[in-house]
Design a protein around this ligand. Structure first.
Ligand SMILES: *Cc1c(COP(=O)(O)O)cnc(C)c1O
Length: 373
């Protein structure tokens, strides 16, 4: 296979061994026979869905979960065998394709099932479904035992459909307070008790619940997302992790221009930064069109094992960094990752941007090629 050549030195580097190790550590931590559903939605949280899926399967994951039909088809085009589950609501019109491609859909409403059933006629295999219980997330899923029974009976009485799983999703599994979490568990358990025959896969736990909640909530499978990528779901979970996580995402570039400017010289749009003394400025070929958004102005990057600040406004395709001395063109710049003993983490960017770590690799755009270690 020919690998694409990239001429700009800016790239994301994904450590697939870190991802495999995170999955292996989880597998060892879980109760025996609990399956791992590797969550590779949103291009594997920006890490690259096909490469991450391959690594996760190698390390012991048995199911791949995505958010949308298009993501599922992209995965299926690269992997013939494994089960693929779409966690979100799929359009009814996708049901026949899902059956043909052996993609499992989420059943979240009775009228959706009835409409989908009318489109399934001569598919060779039944459409497999996981029922979604909304136990307190307020997103998709059924909200009463009555609704559940109706949905269950519709599926059971329909040719071409097979109930394969039932699941829910926690809103506060990453928090120390357990009041809402416990209520969600109670409602889910009540729902499980209502259905006559439990399907193959009962699952409830995302990363946070898998790592820090009661082991019986692992049921038949857990949905492992954020910590597969070496990131903690929250600072609370980070403080009580059962095993260390290995981050997988680095963002690197190189200096493409280095120059000396005089005291009083401005840098960047709006001339907002003015050199306080004679100083060295380096230019990095990465900007907000790559996901290094303007709010990251002032963020430090690593050069020569030291932290140096981005100065001036970040441009669409470039940004400037204050250097303590002249560096050669081609000097490596690490925006996220490690150099020697220092590191800039995804969590540091998340704090700077007043958001959660989940969002950071997702906002690094497709212009930045993902390369693999
Ligand atoms: C995204 C998602 C997950 C993964 O959550 P993490 O916190 O990354 O583990 C699990 N389940 C559902 C339904 C999701 O949408």
């Amino acid at each position: 296979m020919k690998t694409q050549q990239f001429f700009r030195p800016t790239k994301a580097i994904i450590d697939l061994q870190a991802i495999q190790q995170n999955v292996k550590n989880l597998k060892e931590f879980l109760r025996p026979n609990v399956q791992i559903i590797a969550v590779v939605k949103a291009n594997a949280y920006g890490h690259g869905d096909v490469a991450v899926a391959r690594a996760a399967l190698k390390a012991g994951a048995t199911v791949l979960a995505v958010a949308t039909p298009d993501e599922a088809l992209h995965i299926r085009a690269h992997f013939e065998e494994p089960d693929i589950l779409i966690l979100g609501a799929s359009p009814v019109s996708f049901a026949p394709y899902a059956a043909q491609q052996r993609i499992i859909l989420t059943a979240f409403a009775d009228d959706w099932i009835q409409q989908a059933a009318s489109l399934l006629v001569d598919e060779a295999l039944p459409l497999r479904l996981h029922i979604k219980i909304d136990s307190g997330m307020g997103r998709i899923g059924i909200r009463s035992e009555q609704e559940l029974l109706e949905l269950y009976q519709t599926i059971q009485s329909t040719d071409h459909m097979e109930l394969d799983g039932i699941f829910t999703h926690f809103a506060t599994a990453d928090e120390e307070d357990t009041l809402h979490f416990d209520q969600q568990v109670q409602f889910f358990e009540k729902c499980l008790a209502v259905i006559p025959n439990k399907p193959r896969l009962v699952h409830a736990s995302n990363t946070a619940a898998s790592l820090v909640k009661d082991p019986h909530l692992q049921y038949d499978a857990v949905r492992f997302g954020i910590s597969m990528y070496g990131l903690s779901p929250s600072s609370y979970v980070k403080s009580i992790l059962p095993f260390p996580l290995l981050p997988a995402f680095s963002l690197e570039s190189e200096l493409v221009h280095v120059k000396q400017i005089k005291s009083g010289d401005p840098v960047g749009y709006g001339a907002t930064y003015v050199a306080p003394t004679d100083m060295w400025i380096g230019t990095i070929p990465i900007g907000y069109a790559d996901g290094v958004i303007r709010k990251l102005g002032g963020q430090e990057v690593l050069i020569d094992g030291q932290r140096m600040p981005i100065v001036g406004r970040i441009c669409m395709d470039q940004c400037m960094v204050a250097l303590p001395k002249a560096y050669d063109i081609g000097e490596k710049v690490t925006l996220i990752g490690r150099q020697g003993n220092t590191g800039v983490s995804i969590d540091e960017w998340a704090t700077k941007l007043e958001t959660i770590n989940y969002e950071i690799p997702c906002i690094i755009t497709t212009r930045v090629p993902r390369t693999y270690l």
